[in-house]
Design a protein around this ligand. Structure first.
Ligand code: C2E
Ligand code: MG
Ligand code: MG
Length: 602
């Protein structure tokens, strides 16, 4: 069982049921008096009694009525006609209407139910039966409201509900001419998409439910300067998007907001253990203030949301107040996103190839294809910037497919030119790897280019290996059967346990540049790199060190048995023409043990 069994009705709605507004339409005062008494005894106090059905139809337009008790035989307009009129109006379509009538024949009952009555009760009314039916009708009505205005997963108010609450708050401020500020706080779960894509929607949903519980517990406990503020806070907590919550803080100043959001971040940022999966998650918070950032609910929500996007782009687990600069950063991101969508058809992508070198001979063994984007109407951005963006929007799948086609075609050309042992590594993002068409695409590309797939390496990161283990093993084995090698990129930076190295059919580890940068001066890094290499040797895996820039790094790595080097020491990533020149100068299939040479063709 993943989550706690959901409650049928939220506590807030149970409160509302007691506060329901009744309209009693009956021309016999004695009947209305008795019914009013029964209802009051049961705790329902908001009752309007109307003797004239025409007046009732007028009143129902101006009063917020939750339930109608309707007599059938009245002068002027019958209960049947009132029913017909009310049910025609969309907003009264689901309003509970209980018909009370002295005629209890089957035909009358059937007729009222066909006209849309919720219940039928015969007069004289039995008090306990009346209360039972009323409670039933109100509960169903409340449940319908809950479906429309509450999130089914967390049972928090939904976006629509939040907009209504915020709009009411804005009106209240305007009517009361109150000189105070209301903060709209947007809370986004930083790791939601990653957890969703790697561990599946159920675990992602459970993460959200857990966070929702943490938030409402915290908000019920927290005391914010003025009296009943905390309860109000808890009531406004809403789920306003797939991975986000929102909250209202009325009559607040910036300091109070800061204290509150710091508390929220502290509560949410931690390790989560869900269904045996342990992972870290946190949130990014954005704040917009009414009236400074707008006087419309939509506007305020948008500003809070762009401020939280800014917090996330700063690394997450932090908060930002909305400011114009945030907006321009957001707009820039949006522009980039739009541009990225047309980058393939506009031929704005290119591949660069960075040599992978045997440190003993200095000979290139192969290369890694690295994507570059030269947008026509935008500044050039690094893959470290646009690849995560493409991953967030799912664009990485078509982009990754383009990379695979281009790189395989290039490799086939180089094989034809005589560099028959040359290998090519491509980076494959988790979403691309998990895409159902991934293997089929690869087979199609192989057939088109008559490519020897034993010369292709797929670089994935540790995060790709989280999820349905059986499915992953199956996919990896299919790739292996095709001859493809599997490399774990940025090795050492993931959170996962090392046990996966034994379970998955992996060929190579690429030690992340962060461990290479300070060797051999940093003894801790030296030990880590040595440990990774001996682990790889024990498991018969090849080791590549990336980001090697200096001869002393190369010497150290060579001495401890690193199989392959990639880094500026040998070469920066090169265009296909430059890489070919590099090959002409260094590739010698007959003499694989040439001394190391340094090249600067970049
Ligand atoms: P990566 O796969 O770990 O690639 C290595 C990165 O380190 C490349 O950055 C490379 O240019 C850089 N690098 C290599 N040697 C050195 C060195 O000696 N010193 C320094 N300072 N840097 C070095 P690049 O090309 O900017 O790519 C960054 C990341 O973007 C890649 O890291 C990879 O994760 C991602 N990426 C690049 N192309 C693709 C692609 O086609 N698909 C996917 N999914 N990701 C890609
Ligand atoms: Mg890579
Ligand atoms: Mg890497």
């Amino acid at each position: 069982m993943l989550s706690k069994a959901p409650k049928l009705i939220s506590p807030e709605l149970l409160d509302q049921i007691k506060e329901s507004h009744f309209m009693l339409v009956d021309d016999e005062p004695l009947v209305t008096d008795f019914i009013q008494l029964y209802l009051q005894e049961a705790g329902y106090n908001n009752i309007i009694s109307v003797g004239d059905p025409r007046r009732a139809l007028k009143l129902i337009d101006t009063y917020p009525i939750d339930i109608v008790l309707l007599d059938l035989n009245m002068p002027g307009l019958t209960g049947f006609e009132v029913l017909k009129i009310l049910r025609k109006e969309p907003r009264f379509k689901y309003l509970p209407i209980i018909v009370l009538s002295s005629s209890s024949d089957a035909h009358t009952k059937l007729q009222t139910l066909q006209l849309g009555a919720t219940e039928f009760l015969s007069k004289p009314v039995d008090p306990s039966e009346l209360i039972l039916r009323v409670r039933g009708a109100l509960t169903v009505h409340a449940y319908q409201r809950q479906l429309a205005l509450y999130d089914a997963l967390t049972f928090l108010p939904n976006r629509q509900n939040f907009i209504e609450k915020l709009s009411m708050e804005i009106k209240r401020n305007a009517f009361g001419n109150r000189d105070c500020e209301t903060a709209v706080i947007n809370i986004r779960v930083d790791q939601f998409r990653r957890v969703h894509n790697t561990l599946g929607p159920q675990i992602a949903d459970e993460l959200l439910s857990t966070m929702a519980r943490t938030l409402s517990d915290f908000l019920q406990k927290v005391t914010i300067c003025k009296g009943n503020q905390a309860k109000e806070l808890w009531k406004s907590l809403s789920r306003t998007g797939a991975d986000e919550f929102s909250l209202l803080l009325t009559q607040s100043d910036n300091n109070t907001v800061k204290v509150l959001v710091t508390g929220i971040l502290k509560q949410l940022s931690r390790k989560y253990l869900i269904e045996g999966h342990e992972f870290y998650a946190c949130a990014s918070i954005g704040i917009a203030i009414h009236p400074h950032q707008g006087t419309m609910a939509d506007q305020l929500i948008k500003c809070a949301s762009s401020a939280s996007a800014q917090s996330r782009s700063l690394g997450g687990n932090t908060f930002e107040f909305y400011c114009e600069a945030v907006d321009s950063h957001d707009k820039r991101r949006l522009r980039l996103d739009v541009a990225l969508r047309t980058a393939i058809e506009n031929r704005e992508f290119q591949l660069k190839y960075q040599p992978k070198v045997d440190p003993k001979s200095g000979q290139p063994i192969g290369c890694e294809a690295l994507l570059r984007w030269y947008p026509k109407n935008n500044e050039v951005t690094s893959p470290n910037h646009f690849i995560p963006m493409a991953e967030e929007t799912g664009l990485i799948v078509p982009i990754g497919r383009w990379v695979m086609r281009k790189a395989c075609n290039q490799l086939a050309q180089w094989h034809k030119k005589g560099y028959t042992n040359l290998t090519m590594a491509i980076n494959v993002a988790a979403a691309q790897f998990n895409d159902v068409n991934f293997v089929d695409d690869l087979v199609a590309v192989q057939q088109l280019n008559h490519l020897d797939l034993s010369k292709l390496t797929v670089e994935i990161t540790e995060s790709t290996l989280i999820g349905d283990i059986e499915l992953l093993i199956k996919k990896l084995n299919t790739l292996k059967e095709l001859g493809v090698s599997i490399s774990i990129d940025d090795f050492g930076t993931g959170y996962s346990s090392l046990s996966y190295l034994k379970r998955f059919p992996i060929d190579e580890l690429k030690i992340d540049r962060s461990f290479i940068v300070d060797i051999p001066a940093d003894t801790e890094d030296n030990s880590i790199v040595q440990a990774i290499i001996s682990l790889a040797q024990n498991l018969r895996l090849k080791v590549v060190a990336e980001g090697v820039e200096r001869s002393e790094q190369l010497k150290f790595l060579n001495n401890i048995g690193c199989d392959c080097i990639q880094g500026y020491y040998y070469s920066k990533p090169l265009s296909s023409e430059e890489f070919e020149q590099y090959l002409q100068a260094n590739y010698d299939p007959d003499h694989p043990l040439l001394p190391p040479t340094k090249h600067s063709l970049a």
